[in-house]
Design a protein around this ligand. Structure first.
Ligand code: ADP
Length: 596
């Protein structure tokens, strides 16, 4: 029973309890009455079990204990037997003495005492002797009865003697009951325990898996018995414990055909013989699959909770920042609006003043005033545009317009900047004469891009190219939604517009930030060319709002090309007005090449 030496070394109280039970064998009989002990699980190799008990220190001390108990009970039985024998001898002696000396009988039973009285006058009569004979017969009967009773008592004593002679049997019964109790405990406990030799071959195993027979287990290593995940890890762990000579525990998940996927907490300890040499290991495996699952679930819940909390606080921060930003933007938009009205009035007055007769100095001052005013107005308009786009209140118009005319007007306006540059307009044949879209915004984008092109080009040419392209890959659901919002329920044509120049170009590392707000290529640049860094950000947002895309390619000192692609609904023939593009007024201005 105490084969697993390590068990007893860790649970000494249990061992003592077992010894106590042996001292009062009948006491716990009822304890197992109600309990059904199923077929005994295999306890493999009982002979080896016995050897282990003999060869390990703990095992032999347990045996000594049992022997001492047995000797004590035997001595006790012998003492009782001796006492009983003494009593019986005494009784026998007394009986014999009684038989020899009637007086003793007399003293015991005086009423039955037969008396021979020679003085009795009937002494010699038949009646006298008859009576005497009867009386003697009664005494004899009483004596016989007494003898029978004594015999009965003797037999009883002999039986008691026999029963007292069976302490070994009782001891065996106690052991059986204790073993049954142990089986009961092991059967209900979710554990697997065993002993393996130095080569980790199973010599003893309390097998919870009845499908394994003794021959499948004995003398075999775990790797030979089980196939699947975790088996090798478990074997290596046992090897490690044996090598280090130090008990350890580990959680190992097995996936085997025998019991599927299960996690065991395995406790392994080295076993030593009396010469303190390692002779193998004891192990206990406890099925903790459910606990592990629960633990993992809890960990996941905790993780999710932490992630949710982090997200919540991040969200709160973002909401706070967004609220602050929105407030700041509202204030900026409000202030811009407030500044724009009086500034427009000042500009109007300045325009009127410019028509008056002024001396040279006054005109110069007025020009500076108008130029600065224009700049401020431009900045304010940009800020207001941005704040409208970002707050989602920018509404797009869907109106009919002629792309060629838009290009022509933008180039004409650019020509008025009076720079010695060639201005070009290239419109391919397939561009529809009329399309539907927000012409004001498209003009704003074109103007912005062409102004930049002229600003950053000192010689060579600047131009606009329009051509129809097939539906681009970025055209997603969002793009369609944007068009639907803008009243474009059906996209009939995608037009690509390039605004190119042969100017200073943009360094490669500046391109990723080019469309960000308030971003300029460098501070030097800002100082030299002015501007606020808002124009391209607005262009990009407007293009995207219309479901399109704005990109740039550029090479330093060779020039840049800004390309925006937009979807348009083509105006139906009913919508079509028969106006022709009139390029006649562009003589001396930019060249517009068109196949029409
Ligand atoms: P800004 O109003 O200051 O011109 P933009 O957003 O329109 O702001 O332009 C941002 C920066 O991009 C400019 O300052 C300039 O450095 C660079 N840039 C824009 N267009 C061109 C171009 N055609 N050639 C070279 N650099 C350009």
């Amino acid at each position: 029973m105490d084969v697993v030496e390590g068990l007893s070394s860790r649970w000494p109280e249990d061992v003592e309890t077992e010894v106590d039970e042996l001292e009062k064998p009948a006491g716990d009989l009822d304890m197992l009455k109600e309990v059904e002990i199923k077929d005994k699980p295999i306890i493999a190799d009982l002979k080896r079990l016995q050897e282990l008990m003999n060869s390990t220190q703990q095992g032999s001390s347990q045996l000594t204990n049992l022997v001492k108990q047995w000797e004590y009970m035997q001595n006790d039985a012998v003492r009782l037997l001796r006492e009983e024998l003494k009593n019986l001898n005494k009784q026998r002696e007394e009986t014999e003495a009684e038989a020899k000396e009637p007086k003793i009988i007399e003293s015991n039973e005086p009423e039955n005492l037969p008396v021979f009285d020679e003085t009795d006058e009937e002494f010699e009569t038949v009646a006298y002797w008859k009576q005497k004979a009867l009386s003697l017969e009664k005494v004899l009967e009483a004596s016989t009865e007494r003898e029978r009773r004594l015999m009965e008592k003797l037999n009883e004593s002999l039986k008691t003697m026999e029963s007292q002679q069976a302490p070994v049997k009782e001891l065996n019964q106690s052991l059986e009951r204790a073993e049954g109790f142990l089986h009961f405990i092991l059967q209900s406990a979710p554990i697997l325990m065993g002993h393996q030799d130095k080569d980790l071959r199973n010599l003893f195993i309390y097998n919870k898996y009845p499908s394994l027979r003794e021959q499948d287990i004995l003398g075999k290593t775990d790797v030979e018995i089980f196939k699947g995940g975790g088996v090798k890890e478990s074997q290596d762990f046992k090897k490690e414990v044996l090598e280090k000579g130090k008990a350890a525990k580990r959680e190992i998940t097995f996936t085997t055909d025998l019991f599927g996927s299960k996690t065991f907490l395995i406790y392994v300890e080295p076993v030593y013989n009396k010469a303190n040499e390692k002779i193998g290991i004891n192990y206990i495996g406890m099925d903790v699959t459910d606990q592990v699952l629960k633990r993992e679930k809890m960990a996941k819940l905790r993780e999710d909770n932490a992630a949710r909390k982090a997200m919540e606080s991040e969200l709160n921060k973002t909401i706070h920042v967004t609220e602050e930003t929105m407030r700041a933007k509202q204030i900026l938009a409000m202030m811009s609006n407030e500044i724009r009205s009086p500034l427009s009035k000042v500009m109007g007055m300045a325009e009127i003043l410019s028509t008056e007769k002024l001396d040279k100095e006054q005109r110069q001052m007025l020009n500076v005033m108008i130029f600065s005013g224009d700049l401020v107005l431009h900045l304010i308009n940009n800020i207001l545009d941005l704040s409208k786009i970002e707050s989602g209140v920018m509404k797009l118009e869907a109106t009919k317009f002629r792309p060629r005319e838009v290009v022509k007007h933008v180039l004409q306006a650019a020509a008025s900047l009076k720079k010695a540059l060639t201005l070009e307009g290239n419109i391919s044949d397939d561009v529809p004469i009329e399309v539907v879209g927000d012409v004001l915004r498209i003009r704003q984008i074109l103007t912005n891009l062409i102004s930049n092109a002229i600003k950053f080009t000192h010689e060579g040419k600047v131009g606009i190219k329009l051509q129809v392209i097939s539906e681009p890959s970025f055209a997603s659901h969002n793009a369609l939604t944007a068009q639907e919002q803008n009243g474009l329920t059906e996209t009939s044509v995608w037009i690509c517009c390039d605004v190119y120049d042969t100017g200073i170009g943009i360094p490669e590392n500046a391109i990723p930030c080019l469309f960000k707000k308030y971003m300029q290529e460098s501070d030097d640049h800002a100082g030299k060319y002015g501007g606020t860094g808002l124009g391209l950000a607005i262009c990009k947002q407007l293009v995207e709002l219309m479901g399109g895309q704005l990109t740039v390619t550029s090479r330093i000192n060779e020039g840049s090309t800004f390309t925006f692609i937009l979807p348009y609904k083509v105006a139906t023939s009913d919508d079509y007005s028969d106006d022709q593009d009139d390029f006649s007024d562009m003589a001396g201005g930019p060249s517009i090449r068109t196949s029409r």
